[in-house]
Write a protein that binds this ligand. Structure first.
Ligand code: PLP
Length: 439
């Protein structure tokens, strides 16, 4: 080993040899080793610090290593580290009670899962069994998770109530900046996206559709804040045709959008809510489904054919209880909303006026997208190589960004203060200026 080898280099090399990474061709990967963190900062194995403008995978809403959440996990570990889902457990009941407190009237139960994907799997299952229909309509611009085969591969009786011959239908949702509907105003975008949705329902056959599964604010797809009236219109169409509405709050929920649930900011009530990420900031893997009374009652006397070994795991439950209590006590949701309204929003809008590389900015709370373009008139996305250069330049200046396609997402922990938010936004502005000058 050369004398110049650092801890970072050594860890990277061991990672490269043995760890298989998500969503990647493995050969060219060079992941940044992270060794520790606190609040809005993380540091690598050589002690270099970074401002975390990514919240990892947009999930560390309460910041890194929150002492109350860490202590709660430690205490639960000392008491009972694991318990089968069929047993009752006080910590799990407490976690469910606190999640239900954030939900609107008319929600009565929580089903816990290991993460967001299986939360959506189980919400879909509930919707199909409740309606007796099988198709699920979702948006092309969406991400709902990475599962889909295990229960159908299963051989025993549990497979049978989960076998469906018809599956999924997609529609375009509203996205005025790159409209599919030739719209020029948010009102037109709403009206035409709703018409497209309703025509799709009619063409598919309304009595074949169990649910709409929509992210309240599509996240990875570009933080596409729905225009006024869209979600209310979705609810109306759902009601007209006896379709359930599942809102995926995995990324948008628990302070990310400056609300407990992002749909609190819109005129809509879902039948099922899926959550993960921000509920405990990912300190232990967990997700779940918040179930309305009407859907919960279907399973009062009927077997629910779904379950997971770690459903309601006590370490996850303890981290939810502590994270929820700390978020409430520290006003984290209000902080996220205020930072969005007073710091991130105004700074990004200013950047959109000044930088030739910024086509549009949009978002709320600590959930913002900056759409980078080669040409503001044609809206041609900025080339991948230039996006990569921007990412590297931000990292060199100590800011860890979140990048998706031609966008940088400004998604810091919801606990971020004004000074740190400005520090990260200064770096973004400087880097964009340098990149624009480089051409
Ligand atoms: N739903 C949304 C909106 C997401 O953003 C994600 C993950 O990014 C998921 C579901 C899947 O969650 P998980 O990766 O925990 O399975």
């Amino acid at each position: 080993t050369p004398l110049t080898t650092t801890r970072n280099a050594e860890i990277s090399e061991r990672d490269r040899r043995s760890v298989f990474h998500s969503w990647s061709a493995q050969r060219t990967l060079a992941p940044l080793p992270l060794a520790g963190g606190s609040g809005v900062e993380v540091w690598d194995a050589d002690g270099r610090r970074y401002l975390d403008f990514s919240s990892m995978l947009v999930n560390v809403n309460i910041g890194h290593q929150h002492p109350r959440v860490v202590a709660a996990i430690q205490e639960q570990a000392a008491q009972l580290t694991t318990v089968a889902p069929a047993h009752a457990n006080e910590t799990r009941a407490h976690a469910a009670e606190l999640v239900l407190e954030r939900a609107p009237e008319g929600f009565s139960k929580v089903f816990f899962t290991n993460g967001g994907a299986d939360a959506n799997e189980n919400a879909i299952r509930m919707a199909r069994l409740t309606t007796g229909r099988d198709k699920i309509v979702s948006h092309y611009r969406s991400y709902h998770g990475n599962t889909g085969a295990a229960i159908v591969a299963t051989g025993d009786w549990r497979r049978m109530p989960n076998e469906y011959s018809r599956g999924h239908v997609h529609v375009f949702g509203p996205y005025l900046y790159r409209t599919e509907f030739w719209a020029e105003t948010p009102e037109q975008e709403t009206e035409r996206a709703l018409r497209h949705l309703e025509r799709t329902v009619q063409a598919e056959g309304p009595d074949t559709i169990a649910a709409f599964l929509f992210e309240t604010i599509p996240g990875t797809a570009g933080i596409l804040v729905p225009p006024p009236g869209y979600l209310a219109g979705v609810r109306e169409i759902a009601d007209r045709y006896g379709i359930l509405l599942i809102l995926d709050e995995v990324m948008a929920g628990f302070a990310r959008a400056g609300e407990w649930f992002a749909f609190d900011a819109f005129d809509v009530r879902p039948d099922l809510i899926t959550f993960a990420k921000g509920v405990n900031s990912g300190y232990v893997p967990v997700g779940g489904v918040v179930i309305s009374d009407a859907v919960a009652q279907v399973f009062d006397d009927r077997v629910f054919p779904g379950g997971l070994t770690y459903s309601g795991h006590p370490l996850a439950a303890a981290s939810i209880v502590a994270a929820q209590q700390a978020m409430a006590d520290e006003g984290v949701v209000d902080n996220a909303r205020r930072i969005g309204d007073e710091v991130i929003g105004p700074r990004l809008r200013q950047l959109a006026e000044e930088s030739p590389l910024v086509g549009e900015v949009r978002g709320r709370g600590v959930f913002w997208a900056v759409e980078l373009v080669a040409d503001r008139a044609t809206r041609e996305p900025l080339a991948a190589a230039r996006i990569g250069a921007i990412k590297t330049a931000m990292l060199e200046r100590g800011v860890l960004g979140f990048f998706a396609e031609n966008r940088v997402h400004v998604v810091p922990p919801a606990v971020i203060g004004d000074a740190d938010a400005h520090r990260g936004l200064d770096v973004l502005a400087e880097v964009l200026q340098a990149e624009a000058a480089r051409g």
